[in-house]
Design a protein around this ligand. Sequence first.
Ligand SMILES: Nc1nc2c(ncn2[C@@H]2O[C@H](COP(=O)(O)OP(=O)(O)O)[C@@H](O)[C@H]2O)c(=O)[nH]1
Ligand SMILES: [Mg+2]
Length: 302
Amino acid sequence: MWQKMLEAVLSGDTKALARAISFVENETPGYEELLSAISTNAVPVIGITGPPGAGKSTITDKLIGKYIAADDKVAVICVDPSSPFNFGSVLGDRIRMSEWYTNNNVFIRSLATRGSMGGLHPKIIEITELAKAAGYNRIIIETVGVGQSEVEIAGLADSTVVVLVPEGGDEVQTMKSGLMEIADVFVVNKTDRPGADGFVKNLRQMLAPAFHSHKNEISVVKTVAHEGEGIDELAEAIEKSLQHADGEKKSWLLAERTWQLIQKHRMKDIDKLQLKTEIEQAIRHNGSFNPYQFVRNSALLK
Ligand SMILES: Nc1nc2c(ncn2[C@@H]2O[C@H](COP(=O)(O)OP(=O)(O)O)[C@@H](O)[C@H]2O)c(=O)[nH]1
Ligand SMILES: [Mg+2]
């Protein structure tokens, strides 16, 4: 079952990729075998993050256009972990990128569930790998920036783009620690609005000290996304940062994921219902149950 599916994914069948992602999301038996069987080449992953409404989907839409014109195949994964019921935002993404839904060189998928560890999505790494295996040579991950998901996007992406708007003064204050560390490129979108130049100036000033600690220069790009203004400059800034991408964050992310998988693997024989039965038996037998003694002596843990 999974072999046929994998074959279809590798042949570039878009529908098969969509099915394979659901297969993995739902942990349908065979999904681990499928994931074990894929090996992927280095494909650049571009993360686009920032507050809701900043223009991430509009920017993604324009970037798709640029990449498609260059004969790339683009996979876009939209993750909104801020709400379990993000129909509004998914709908927004769909409208913003509607032109591409019927293009064979574009794959767009929205994911709504937040990861149990507070990250983007429990299977985001796997889904990204599937898209790579399907022959997409550009992966864009759009996500609302919230807490832990920012760390994950930075690990997952070879270039992280943080989108802000001129009214985002508060965000700039709170992002000092978080966003600044993960951004390779800052976009100030909606620069058709008043206050844009002052905001850009402040941002550049704020970033100035970071230039010394950050290995590479952080670009600040001004855009008016729905007009396509600044998109060429953005694409250039992304290319530049991709050339300097360092693998350390990615290694940490993979270490974390591997650790989770080991934990799951080690725990696979442990069944709570069976534990409860054993505990009740012990209580009936000895009048009490000592979990510490159990953990020390149980054959399960040998
Ligand atoms: N004035 C203005 N509006 C924009 C610009 N870029 C996007 N928008 C609009 O802002 C709204 C939110 O954009 P969207 O791309 O969905 O934001 P996201 O939530 O970050 O993905 C939409 O109505 C866009 O048309 C811009 O540069 N200027
Ligand atoms: Mg969006």
